[in-house]
Design a protein around this ligand. Sequence first.
Ligand code: DGY
Length: 322
Amino acid sequence: MIEKPKLYITRKVPEKILEPFQQDFTISMWKYEEEPVPREVLLKEISDAHGVLCMLSETMDQEIFNTGSSLQVVANLAVGYDNIDLHAAREAGVVVTNTPGVLTESTADLAFSLLLSTARRIVEANQYIKEDKWKQWSPYLLAGMDVHNKTIGIVGMGRIGEAIARRAQGFGMEILYHNRSRKVESEKQIGATYVDFDTLLNKADLVVSVVPATPQTNQMFNKEAFQKMKRSSIFINISRGSVVNENALVEALEMGEISAAGLDVFAEEPIRSDHPLLDKTNVICLPHIGSASTETRSSMLQLCLENISGVIHGTGPITEVK
Ligand code: DGY
């Protein structure tokens, strides 16, 4: 009897999603949904796996690719893939895939929720009531900043950046963007204006980081960048923590160089509970839930499984990271 290829999944995922693939693969997965697989278990499981579906919390480095001698494909459950050593994967002849497209709208929704909640102090206001502080209505009680008609500066105009821009259009915002290259089509469709990074920082009321983590974007939001922003501005980061110098961000908030921040991602995840970003009322922090709607996470899983199946059955992956 021919053995079925082994597919290893680094978190517990719903059995229902796996059903269509059970026939073609021997599927094994880590037993917990909320806890990452320990490194030694991953190394053991990978040693005879043909495909791996991994999370952004796993570091897929040279050791992993050297251990997986039968490994053909690694499917990352994320659009970002900074957790994967692409060079080591290529050397080992392993295809890497990610999940672009299916998460665009959900991630843009989250960016916009963070932007609105930070500007209108939603979390603070909710806390205010729950702590029984609401004794009187007053004209400027928890007054925040308007979002409509303001200037948004989108740094990184990929699919998610464009989806954020479409939402900003609906809010009557002026849309500035900065990107590696100009997106002439987006400029026409969304009415966005390309500007250099410094101009964007100078002019935007809300600066949104959507850039991928690369050596070029590493800590691009540093002391100088925050000093160029308006004192009334709000900084939103939904991309990766490595694009921000967090000490500089803390300092900018404490010195009043910017007015607030909304963050879904951090240099170290999970962020430690005593981190100075967490004790500020003008900072909203989320546990990296950009694409976390039930529908989107299921679509992402489905795409990962189809990518793995495509590579192993020779029809090719749908969304390979080149
Ligand atoms: C991604 O897909 O890279 C997101 O950060 C996950 O939420």
